[in-house]
Write a protein of this length. Structure first.
Length: 364
């Protein structure tokens, strides 16, 4: 028996998402909208494509949440779209009410569902759905990073005239001006991007990625992007329905990960049948010193030891290594205390212990 997926909102994003999932044959679909006849007509049109695309899935258009009962996944695309000159934040007041109302109906009719939020402003709407539902973060998350990463990979492929299949990248952070393409983890055929593209061109690609949605809104003059967003949603749905456990950038509520607590933000997650099954933290490099010895620690590369004759020289080398390796924190023992006491360096010497025991100690 196929899983049941409901899409709330039969506009361009919702209908195109329904089409993509229908064509995959991975789920039966409900397409819901408040406009009478709109979801029914689009659902029927999609259904009649089945004999051509080879899909035996079913799809029903409706205006009644009762028809969505016992859905396994509910995708919220409902809300007003952006117009030229509008930011995603301009949609906040209108869309927060829509998302709140939709979420209440989801919890009433599909208490075991996973919710994927797509409505903008995305980060705020995910938080709204979480607060309204009272559900855990594993069950309520948003689509943004997959789309932003797809745009980033597209622009890199265009610049280098290479296949998008050879480009690996991640775009994290907020879905908007605060999105952060991770250049250190961006490769083309395994080659770091900065070895292939000059820095000023990379900066232009990053900015175009941040403006990706606005560029399309400006060109369309009415409405916003929907082909790339729907493909991104479909990829997330496939990973869940088939329990593929793909690592994809999704908007999720953070509880201390990446040093952030209580905010929804795009980070890499393991996406499977249970929803967000794990949040992947990219381990930052750290520097540890013990008795004038320094080590750069990274999950992949292991330890790099550098000796020094004096405390002052050790600190000088440590500062250089922090710059060279992009480390954010420097850890070292409090020399006056000896033993395994560890202190954190953040511009001044502060004594600490258990909170930094994740750092390996370097013994002479």
């Amino acid at each position: 028996m196929r899983k049941k997926v409901t899409i709330v909102g039969a506009g361009n994003v919702g209908a195109t998402t329904a089409q993509r999932i229908f064509e995959s044959g991975n789920a039966d679909l409900i397409l819901l909208d408040v406009v009478d006849g709109l979801p029914q007509g689009k659902a029927l049109d999609i259904l009649e494509s089945g004999p051509v695309t080879g899909s035996d899935a079913s799809i029903l258009g409706t205006n009644d949440f009762i028809d969505t009962s016992n859905s396994d996944i509910v995708i919220i695309t409902a809300g007003i779209p952006r117009k030229p000159g509008m930011s995603r934040d301009d949609l906040l007041l209108t869309n927060v009410k829509i998302v709140s109302d939709v979420t209440n109906n989801i919890t009433a009719n599909s208490p075991n569902a996973l919710i994927i939020v797509v409505s903008n402003p995305l980060d705020a709407m995910v938080h709204c759905a979480l607060e309204t539902s009272g559900w855990p973060r594993e069950k309520v998350f948003g689509m943004a990073g997959v789309l932003d990463t797809s745009r980033f990979r597209t622009f890199i492929a265009e610049e280098l005239n290479v296949s998008i299949e050879d480009i690996n990248a991640y775009v994290l952070g907020g879905h908007g001006d605060s999105m952060v393409p991770l250049l250190k983890y961006t490769t083309v055929g395994g080659i770091p991007i900065d070895k292939l593209i000059p820095s000023h061109t990379i900066d232009q690609i990053v900015q175009r990625t941040r403006d990706g949605g606005a560029e399309i809104v400006k060109l369309l003059k009415a409405g916003s992007a929907y082909y790339a967003p729907s493909a991104s949603i479909a990829q997330m749905v496939e990973s869940i329905l088939l329990d593929k456990k793909r690592i994809l950038p999704c908007c999720v509520l953070l509880h201390g990960e990446y040093g952030i607590d209580g905010l929804c933000m795009g980070v890499p997650v393991l996406l499977g049948n249970a929803g967000v099954e794990k949040i992947i933290e990219i381990v930052k490099k750290q520097i540890t010193m013990k008795k004038y010895k320094i080590a750069i620690w990274e999950e992949v590369s292991g330890f790099i030891d550098v000796g020094a004759d004096t405390k002052e020289k050790a600190e000088e080398i440590a500062e250089e290594l922090m710059d060279e390796y992009g480390a954010e924190k420097l850890f070292y023992p409090e020399w006056n205390f000896g033993g395994a006491d560890v202190a954190k360096y953040n511009g001044k010497h502060t004594h600490g212990n258990r909170e930094v025991l994740g750092c390996e100690e370097i013994n002479e």
